[in-house]
Unconditional design. Structure first.
Ligand SMILES: NC(=O)c1ccc[n+]([C@@H]2O[C@H](COP(=O)([O-])OP(=O)(O)OC[C@H]3O[C@@H](n4cnc5c(N)ncnc54)[C@H](O)[C@@H]3O)[C@@H](O)[C@H]2O)c1
Length: 271
């Protein structure tokens, strides 16, 4: 059911790779709620061509941008401002990539060159996006920015590796920039800490199947799906959450508050 929560709002969605992507699910929901959208992803991801399907459904242009490239970001924002013929009300940062995980290097044997790139793509990119919007004065007052994160920023999950550090940095950038943007333009910036979700990035984590079923058993409501996450993003982009900023918001069916569940204990007793 749609509520027209984003009627008249303009948004940029980063990171829709395929139908499973959280950004894809969110773009669909924002469209249903009446938003006008611009979609963007890295040029190499756009070559897959999948995003054109989403562009058609949501009636949105696709503008390529490598999020580590300031010229790409400037061009993206300038074209988006032109397309909307107005400023931007919301941004979804749904980007993550670990070069060390991809190259099979464990946390104790990180390649620091890859590590720099991981931190840039997965965390400092939020700063780059915000800085570009700031410099171009591209956001409307009371705009809303959401970036996606994971609880490995607070607790250890062995195979999440350097992405845990990247997410800790991402959450910190959201708080720090959140202060400055709130004072300057009442723009709010939050991170959503999402349950494990079956997507391309998610499945890159070693032992993902065990990981996702453990989280399911440890969450009183079960794991939050990509569509659930999309709905939460919509609520944060809407005017109903105007005073929420600089927060890391758990969206995980209760996982983050649990010590252990009966279901997990029962499994232990079977052993
Ligand atoms: N899937 C999960 O279990 C899970 C859980 C919590 C948080 N998250 C976070 O959600 C976000 C979205 O991931 P997803 O699970 O939908 O996977 P996904 O693979 O569908 O999305 C990741 C996106 O990042 C984009 N990207 C990578 N490098 C880029 C670059 N240089 N420039 C621009 N874009 C680039 C990819 O093209 C892709 O679209 C990520 O931040 C991820 O860490 C995912």
């Amino acid at each position: 059911m749609a509520y027209n929560l984003l009627k008249g709002k303009n948004g940029i969605i980063f990171g829709a790779l395929d139908e499973k992507s959280i950004a894809w699910r969110t773009a669909l929901k924002c469209h249903e709620e009446g938003a006008r959208l611009v979609l963007t992803n890295a040029p190499v991801a756009l070559r897959m061509g999948e995003i054109n399907k989403l562009a058609e459904i949501t009636n949105a242009p696709v503008i390529p941008a490598d999020v580590t490239n300031m010229d790409d970001l400037k061009k993206l924002f300038e074209e988006a401002l032109n397309h909307f013929n107005g400023k931007i009300d919301f941004i979804l940062h749904s980007i993550g990539m670990s070069l060390n995980v991809r190259k099979g290097k464990s946390y104790t044997e990180l390649d620091y060159g890859f590590n720099q790139k991981t931190l840039d793509i997965s965390a400092m990119s939020l700063h780059r996006v915000l800085r570009t919007a700031w410099d171009l004065d591209a956001m409307n007052d009371w705009g809303s920015v959401v970036a996606l994160t994971y609880i490995a920023a607070q607790r250890v999950f062995p195979h999440y590796s350097e992405m845990a550090d990247a997410k800790a940095l991402l959450e910190s950038v959201a708080r720090s920039f959140g202060y400055h943007y709130a004072v300057k333009k009442k723009v709010r910036i939050n991170t959503i800490s999402q349950s494990p979700t079956r997507t391309t990035a998610g499945s890159g984590v070693k032992g993902f199947d065990g990981f996702i079923s453990y989280a399911e058993k440890m969450s009183p409501l079960g794991n939050a799906t990509g569509d659930d996450c999309a709905s939460y993003c919509v609520s944060l982009f809407s005017d109903l959450t105007k005073m929420v900023t600089m927060q890391n918001l758990y969206h995980d069916g209760g996982f983050s508050s649990m010590g252990v569940t009966q279901e997990v204990l029962d499994g232990m007793e079977d052993e």
